[in-house]
Ligand binder design. Structure first.
Ligand code: ADP
Ligand code: MG
Length: 379
């Protein structure tokens, strides 16, 4: 289908088709840019790219999410701050590859997607990773996945201008089916952690509130800056250097309540990642629910990045018998995850839909998601 769409848009046939998934983060929110711990897994939802190289240095980009318009660029002209809309993500990848010394020329690329955009499920990273993987394969670059993820992060931060951490790109590039990916940002260490929800009789629901977040503006950057200021006040390089058992002493040394809230969230959130890891390793998946809900409370009350719709999902799901729930992604809208026993999942989903209707919110999009494969070549 994606290959056919490529033919319809560009004429000739693509050289191949690649896929990269969106992600949810099980736990570890707003920790990545603090050198902390995260635990995402890949969604079954992917962005597909059909790609053919060109020899004339032209980069032609088309997405079924932006039908009609083909964005035409010249690779030699790519530079940060051009402002080509959605095309900044893939052209930023081409720019980052070339900046890293790879001789990547022009290409025709058509994208199809089942990753909701702006829903906190990392469509931006999926778009970058599928582009980097395809171009890397076609040019024989043999990029290690963590290196590929870092290139994509540079594209997002430096070219598209969104100051996000490395989690999203790493999840899309490095996850495998049936596993969550434990990533320690400080040293880059990765571990795939078995997370077979179905075998445990569980289901994880993703609830897209359809409140669009926007990472390139304001609040996300402000939290980031607040964390950096907190680290500076404590005389550490990043908040990762504050151990959980040193939290009380650290809070005493901070100048104001705002700083204390930010630091408390980051330090306790790293702790919650460790707790969830220990539970997964011990085969006690059921018990992670309470940790997820505690994480939500911290994001809502201390870090203050939730919103009424996300809080409604979490409260309603828990009242309806879920094991736990939390917002996932940067916040200010986007999606929540709900962990429920499989036999209760439909009831929980209905309760959330009903609560949104009663509150006068747009109907949420709810789907079940098992940990799925990372980026790959399809043909
Ligand atoms: P998220 O990553 O949570 O989905 P972002 O704001 O980081 O949200 O990224 C969303 C942006 O990524 C969109 O506004 C668009 O520019 C781009 N994007 C995502 N998916 C597609 C797609 N299929 N086609 C074109 N652009 C896309
Ligand atoms: Mg994004």
């Amino acid at each position: 289908m994606t290959a056919n769409a490529f033919v319809a848009v560009f004429g000739g046939a693509p050289e191949g088709v690649w896929a990269a998934p969106g992600r949810v983060n099980l736990i570890g929110e707003h920790t990545d840019y603090n050198d902390g711990l995260v635990l995402p897994f890949a969604l079954p939802n992917t962005i597909l790219a059909a790609v053919a190289r060109r020899t004339d240095g032209r980069l032609r980009l088309h997405s079924s999410a932006a039908p009609g318009a083909v964005v035409e660029l010249t690779v030699g002209d790519l530079k940060p701050g051009r402002g080509d809309g959605w095309a900044d993500y893939p052209s930023g990848v081409v720019w980052a590859l070339r900046e890293a010394g790879h001789a990547v020329g022009g290409a025709d690329i058509h994208y199809d997607s089942t990753v909701p955009t702006g829903a906190g499920l990392s469509s931006s990273a999926a778009l970058e990773v599928v582009t980097a993987l395809a171009l890397g394969d076609l040019h024989g670059l043999a990029l290690e996945r963590p290196v590929l993820a870092e290139l994509c992060r540079r594209a997002e931060n430096l070219y598209a201008g969104a100051p996000t951490g490395i989690m999203d790109q790493t999840a899309s590039a490095c996850c495998t089916e049936g596993h969550a990916l434990h990533l320690d940002i400080r040293d880059g260490a990765q571990r795939l952690v078995p997370c077979d929800l179905a075998a445990a009789g569980l289901r994880l629901l993703v609830v897209d509130t359809r409140v669009e977040h926007d990472h390139s503006t304001g609040a996300y950057g402000a939290r980031r800056a607040g964390c950096e200021a907190g680290a500076a006040a404590l005389g550490v390089r990043t908040l990762r250097e504050v151990p959980f058992d040193g939290l009380a002493a650290a809070l005493d040394r901070l100048p104001d309540e705002h700083a204390r809230r930010l630091v408390r969230h980051v330090v306790t959130e790293n702790r919650r990642v460790e707790q969830v890891l220990a539970l997964l390793d011990a085969g006690k998946i059921h018990e992670i629910g309470a940790v997820l809900t505690a994480g939500h409370a911290s994001l809502r009350d201390d870090f203050q990045v939730s919103c009424p719709e996300l809080d409604l999902v979490v409260d309603t799901a828990n009242e309806a018998g879920a094991l736990g729930a939390r917002m996932t992604g940067g916040g200010f809208g986007g999606s929540a995850i709900v962990l429920a026993e499989a036999r209760r999942a439909d009831t929980v989903a209905e309760a959330v839909t009903d609560a949104f209707r009663s509150a006068g919110h747009r109907a949420p999009r709810i789907f079940a998601a098992a940990p799925s494969a990372g980026a790959r070549r399809l043909r």
